[in-house]
Design a binder for this molecule. Sequence first.
Ligand code: GDP
Length: 289
Amino acid sequence: MGRPNVGKSTLLNALVGEHLAVTSHHPQTTRDRIVGVLTEKEAQFVLVDTPGLHTPRTRLGTRMMKEAQGAIEGSDIIVFVTDVGREPAPRVHEGDVPLLESLSVAPVVLVVNKVDRVKEKALLLPILVAYSALRNFAAIVPTSAKGKDGTANLVDALREILPHGERTYDEGTLTDRPARFFAAEFVREQILDKTREEVPHGVAVVVETYDESGKTVKIALVVVVDKESHKKIVIGRGGSLLKAVGTDARKRIEAMIGRKVHLTMWVRVEPRWYESDSRLVELGYGGAS
Ligand code: GDP
């Protein structure tokens, strides 16, 4: 867990070694709990990515917060992720204080991410000291999730405090999510990547068909947007943006499932879909509340 944009999804991907969670430069892109599974000879780590914690402004936001709380309650260890700026301040980020105070259940491991931004490593020490004065951490690990630096140290630290028990998943399992879920996520990721500010949070992607009976896997998706103007943006001039989204997403899906994919997409306008409880459930954002 941690504030939006500190690098939680990137970290999860670095740990699992597959590109599972959606990462982007837009905050709050992870709308769902995603489980990545890392299996070693004598240990198994089931990693849950929570939506960034923030004060919800829409019903979708409220649901994301519930997901985050649920993930925290069901965990054996909490990995609290924070990040540093290029010229890091030698103190605790003020947004982290209430979040850290709200954690009482499991052991907490602190990850100080994005250390690649800091050229002079001596600047990191006062930050680590400031955090350690705030509460008891089971471990404090500096990382660069992007450069996969320090991530092995994090696994070492977690292994030390993992409770003993049976493994939950088979050795080959990377995630408990079905491939169709990733088909939609990869398309959404590409849209976030290729569009600017206003569009991203108004986009949902729904899988209408997922047919793996033939030689190629046929996938049909609907991109739901909030406004007519967003539809134009997502489609792009002469369909260029949607085409680019489709090509890149298809490659990602093919790489993940190891089969050829035929992808079709269309865009539908549904004003304020993210404020309708029933629509949120249909779109796969949690149960009724
Ligand atoms: P989340 O919202 O906490 O899941 O954050 P993301 O994983 O989506 O990352 C947010 C942004 O930070 C993305 O642009 C990432 O590429 C970037 N990022 C993540 N980890 C690192 C890192 O170790 N170093 C740097 N410089 N950037 C990072």
